[in-house]
Ligand binder design. Sequence first.
Ligand SMILES: [Zn+2]
Length: 90
Amino acid sequence: MAPPVMSEPPRRKILSLKNPPPLPVPPPAPAPAPEPPAGAWKCKPCGTRLDVPEDSDPEAVVRCPSCNANLGKAGQFLSDPPGKVRARKA
Ligand SMILES: [Zn+2]
């Protein structure tokens, strides 16, 4: 009779990912606005639409919400014709 063999601890099951985690789903594109409201601009560097409310402080710097570019002062956006701004009318 052989002496009892020390039994090895049970091997841990190696967990394997059967399915890789799903790729993040891009959020659905927002429905396009039928008509751009007054004060609608598009950032020249990146094309993001932004609004410059008419009651903005003329000295307030308008920044692109997407690329944070300094697009000009609100007063330049609101003057007619607009001053030198890094955005175009949407
Ligand atoms: Zn931008």
